[in-house]
Design a protein around this ligand. Structure first.
Ligand SMILES: [Zn+2]
Length: 73
């Protein structure tokens, strides 16, 4: 048994640093079960929040090469 779950990466809601989803749990809300994720960021912030509200990507990196080729006229 050498099957490891791939770590889910997201962004920290507090500091926008890369954060890892360490656990997924179903919490019951008024509308039924909602999947929540336990998030641990690199700065040791810990959150439990609905997975649907997680940022889709880690902290945005505004460093695309070739993006500043020509200024808009
Ligand atoms: Zn953080």
């Amino acid at each position: 048994m050498t099957e490891y779950p791939t770590p889910d990466l997201t962004g920290c809601p507090a500091c926008a640093a890369p954060a890892e989803v360490t656990e997924r749990v179903d919490l019951w809300s008024t509308d039924g079960p909602v999947e929540h994720a336990r998030v641990l960021c690199v700065n040791r912030h810990v959150f439990t929040m609905a997975t649907e509200r997680l940022p889709a990507h880690p902290a945005p990196v505004d460093d695309e090469p070739g993006r500043r080729t020509s200024p808009s006229t």
